[in-house]
Design a protein around this ligand. Structure first.
Ligand code: ZN
Length: 359
């Protein structure tokens, strides 16, 4: 729908620039929208990040609509902080795998503490969130180690299926191992081997054919569960999503109106058209998922403002409704006004909004 668009073409130069400056973590939720009728499995990749493999691994996972838990070594995180941020931006969960990959059970308790706490601090300094999951190197653990994990707020995660990628397994063998995963199971893989990366498309197909999805690892059970949209800090806890329908928000701006197609929602037709409502937050970081569509094949953009501050932008690349997620958005607590604002309309599109979901 085009209304009163004359004169807005002047804004097109701004649009072109701003479309490519939004660099927040964006997860293409279409890719994650699979049928999960038989549950969730936990894909885990240990020993990263590293410059030779991590970027390829992340791209391959994203292309195949998979999310995974990356058990990073503290020393690798320190040496490759941008790759840790890439993991976070790709929607992966980040766990602690010790600082230097020792046989933990052969260390003194003071050494154990150093291995774990220094990794917590380093990952927190990079991502803003300390991991909540710990995988001991070699899966070796004992009571002393478990108590130190607990002191650091960590849940220990071993595995149900070992892909054997570390032991020279072929791509076919890694795929076959993943084929044994059942609901809740966790598989051990590594951020290191081409054979593992090459297995990912077939692992994705196999899981999909069995009605299984890649999930997050629960901090209460150490088993795979449905993602709560969380990422970055690793693990998270299964939470209750807050969902707000756009048509139930307060409309603002010149042309904002209720629509019944392609869904019941609102349309924002012009710059500064918006919907808003007040949300109470008890914690200061959340993931925001907005379902919407463009009125045509052009890319539509809607800014997320919380408490008057722009926190990121949602993009809708066409008229088929999709969900965009902005992960790990920091904001104030207590009552905060949330606004969804059309800011870059150049006269070629309108944006339709269905609902906002907060995890
Ligand atoms: Zn390892």
């Amino acid at each position: 729908m085009i209304k009163a668009k004359a004169g807005k073409w002047a804004a097109i130069g701004t649009l072109v620039v701003s479309l490519f400056t939004g660099s927040l973590a964006i997860s293409g939720t279409e890719a994650f929208a699979a049928s999960c009728t038989n549950g969730y499995v936990g894909l885990t990749f240990d020993d990263g990040p590293n410059p030779s493999n991590t970027a390829t691994l992340l791209n391959t996972l994203k292309q195949n609509g998979l999310r995974a838990t990356m058990f990073n070594l503290g020393q690798n995180a320190q040496n490759n902080p941008s790759l840790v941020r890439d993991q976070q931006a790709a929607g992966m969960w980040i766990g602690n795998h010790s600082w230097s990959h020792p046989h933990m059970t052969q260390l003194s308790s003071a050494q154990m503490s150093t291995e774990i706490a220094s990794t917590q601090q380093t990952i927190q300094s990079i991502t803003g969130t300390a991991p909540k999951l710990f995988r001991p190197p070699y899966g070796e653990t004992n009571a002393t180690l478990k108590s130190i994990e607990a002191q650091n707020g960590l849940t220990e995660v071993i595995w149900n299926v070992d892909s054997q990628d570390w032991n020279g397994a072929t791509t076919a063998q890694i795929v076959a191992a993943a084929g044994r995963l059942q609901n809740g199971d966790v598989i051990l893989m590594h951020d290191q081997y081409q054979t593992t990366v090459q297995a990912i498309p077939q692992i994705a197909q196999n899981l999909q054919s069995r009605g299984l999805c890649s999930g997050m690892i629960s901090t209460s059970t150490g088993r795979a569960v449905a993602p709560d949209g969380g990422s970055g800090g690793g693990g998270g806890t299964p939470g209750t999503a807050t969902k707000m329908e756009a048509e139930n928000m307060t409309k603002g701006g010149q042309y904002t109106s209720t629509i019944s197609s392609p869904f019941t929602g609102v349309a924002l037709y012009a710059n500064n058209d918006l919907v808003k409502y007040t949300q109470n937050f008890t914690t200061g970081t959340h993931n925001f998922s907005l379902r919407g569509a463009s009125s045509n094949s052009a890319m539509a953009r809607v800014d997320l403002k919380i408490g008057g501050v722009t926190k990121g932008s949602f993009y809708f690349g066409g008229s088929s409704p999709t969900v965009y997620t902005l992960n790990n958005i920091s904001h104030g607590t207590g009552n905060q006004e949330i606004q969804l604002v059309c800011t870059t309309d150049n006269g070629t599109w309108d944006v339709y909004l269905d609902y906002l979901e907060i995890n």
